[in-house]
Design a protein around this ligand. Structure first.
Ligand SMILES: Cc1cc2nc3c(=O)[nH]c(=O)nc-3n(C[C@H](O)[C@H](O)[C@H](O)COP(=O)(O)OP(=O)(O)OC[C@H]3O[C@@H](n4cnc5c(N)ncnc54)[C@H](O)[C@@H]3O)c2cc1C
Length: 509
């Protein structure tokens, strides 16, 4: 039985797991995804929509409805509005219709038709992007992969799972936990595996485990002409040919639609130790990051928060944390005794960098809560500034340049309502600036700060986006970052998508 209740832009599609090849097989019928409700963090719908050229004619509507049925084709106002914006401040843009395919064959037939008719197609995971990545800026149709949410197989013995693109990674991890396994990339939002592959997402665990790209073994992709290809292998290593899995990862749906993936899994560590360290200055905190990473220690997470963020979290979450530059760290391993040795080393490094407080007596419950709170940072910031929208910056630099970049950022945003935090162990920093994009003078000032920060990251041999992707917000920096290799990217795009229908208006300036 499949229920579908659509309520003012919120969706509930209970579905059922089909597991094979493991003990999970016996649990067939357990709902993988009980509910899926998207509560936008900021209400971009209040912003004026972009106007787009209409593509769909009556005959197209009849044909597409015939492909998926009336229940899975919608031109409803609230549905289109829901798919007109992500979690960024970027101006929303309404698609002409939204379709919910249920399998690769359906995706292929829809895309083949759209290609023939020149209709823009934008794939949609959970819409949690922060750079406008899934906004259908040319209108056309949105393919929401939400109903392709089956866990197809878990092969514990090979540390692999086969999933459909619409599986929410948190739901996957909930199931895998019982097997002592997990899928490490952890962006925090209720993202889908397809959207994570689309953006090459990372998160708090990437310092130890890497980004989504490192976990993609095989993909089923519907190319922009509707052809279905399968790339990659189940082997842990391969030297065979061009790495097409890597090409589609981070392509933000501009080269095709991923419908299924085989992802690598990791074993859950037996013991964890969480540490909170506070410092008198941002420089002391960021220097500590560099020294811990250089020491050969392997933190499972290494997050930096500036004092303003800690203040907001205290107020929003009823905490009483010291309002200073802070590092949240996690170490994991085989036993607590082993971790104790690492802890001595961490303590020494922190103390040598003027650490004010080192709280390492954090129990498992408190540790869980600490990461939950960290994941809710964006939400707490936005709640502290009702009525304003956020520009969320995301740059990354080599570790040795991290301290310098953070110092530059703090100076650059001094007269803005800005919060600085990030996945410090990866050299990745976020700046969330709260303001009103409709106030042109103020917003021009915010955007100038953004440009200066990105240019500085590039000057330090970093990247314009560590994990949020290019979307709309970073297109203007692509030439600066990639030089002539941007032309090679454009040739790849032109080769695979000569009609330019797939998520048009993204990635390239
Ligand atoms: C509060 C908050 C915190 C966040 N923290 C992090 C973080 O720590 N790290 C991080 O990396 N990101 C973070 N993000 C950003 C976001 O969650 C990730 O980029 C996530 O991967 C997006 O997944 P999604 O399912 O929402 O995809 P969407 O936003 O729907 O789509 C992402 C892109 O992929 C494309 N796409 C979607 N599905 C497919 C598919 N099946 N095939 C091909 N292309 C597809 C879309 O067209 C779009 O270009 C955060 C977002 C929020 C709101």
């Amino acid at each position: 039985m499949l229920l579908c209740l659509i309520q003012d832009g919120a969706f509930f599609f209970p579905a059922f797991v089909i597991c094979s090849e493991t003990g999970l097989q016996k649990k067939t019928g357990i709902p993988l995804l009980l509910t899926r409700k998207r509560i936008p963090l900021q209400d971009c719908r209040k912003r004026e929509h972009m106007t787009t050229k209409p593509y769909l004619e009556e005959a197209d509507i009849v044909y597409l409805t015939g492909l998926v049925g009336t229940e899975r084709f919608s031109r409803g106002e609230s549905i289109r509005s829901h798919h007109s914006h992500d979690e960024s401040f970027h101006r929303p843009s309404l698609p002409e219709a939204v379709l919910w395919p249920e399998n690769t064959g359906e995706v292929s037939r829809i895309v083949a038709y759209a290609c023939e008719r020149g209709i823009p197609v934008t794939p949609w995971g959970a819409g949690s992007s922060l750079e406008g990545n899934p906004i259908p800026v040319r209108g056309g149709i949105v393919l929401d992969l939400q109903r392709m949410n089956r866990l197809l197989a878990v092969r514990s013995e090979d540390f692999q799972a086969d999933v459909e693109a619409g599986v929410i990674y948190k739901e996957l991890n909930r199931i895998l936990e019982k097997e002592g396994l997990f899928f490490p990339p952890d962006p925090g939002a209720a993202a889908t595996i397809g959207g994570m592959i689309g953006n090459n997402a990372s998160g708090i665990r990437s310092v130890r485990y890497g980004a989504t790209r490192d976990y993609v073994m095989r993909l089923t992709v519907v190319l922009p002409d509707g052809q279905v290809i399968r790339t990659g292998s189940r082997s842990r290593k391969s030297s065979s040919g061009y790495d097409l899995c890597r090409l589609f990862t981070g392509a933000e749906g501009t080269l095709g639609i991923i419908t299924e993936a085989t992802v690598k899994l990791m074993g859950l560590p037996a013991a964890f130790m969480a540490v909170r360290a506070t410092f008198p200055s941002v420089g002391d905190a960021t220097r500590t990051v560099f020294e811990i990473m250089r020491s050969g220690l392997a933190p499972g997470a290494m997050e930096f928060l500036d004092a303003d963020i800690v203040r907001v979290l205290n107020r929003d979450r009823g905490l009483q944390l010291e309002e200073c530059p802070t590092l949240l760290m996690e170490f994991s391993g085989y036993s607590e005794r082993g971790l104790e040795d690492e802890m001595h080393f961490v303590t020494e490094i922190c103390q040598a960098n003027a650490c004010l407080l080192l709280d390492r007596g954090i129990g498992p419950e408190e540790r869980k809560r600490l990461w939950e709170i960290r994941h809710l940072t964006h939400e707490s910031i936005r709640r502290a500034h009702p009525g304003l929208l956020s520009l969320s910056m995301d740059v990354a630099v080599p570790l040795s340049r991290y301290s310098g970049l953070v110092a530059f950022i703090k100076k650059t945003v001094v007269d803005l309502t800005a919060y600085v935090f990030g996945h410090a162990g990866d050299g990745n920093i976020h700046v969330v600036v709260m303001d009103n994009p409709d106030d042109e003078t103020r917003w021009a000032h915010v955007e100038e700060a953004h440009r200066r920060i990105v240019r500085q990251a590039l000057a330090l041999e970093g990247t314009c986006t560590g994990e949020h992707g290019v979307g709309l917000g970073k297109r203007g920096f692509m030439a600066m970052e990639h030089g002539e290799s941007l032309e090679t990217m454009k040739k790849i795009k032109a080769l695979l998508d000569p009609r330019g229908i797939m998520n048009p208006g993204k990635m390239f300036p």
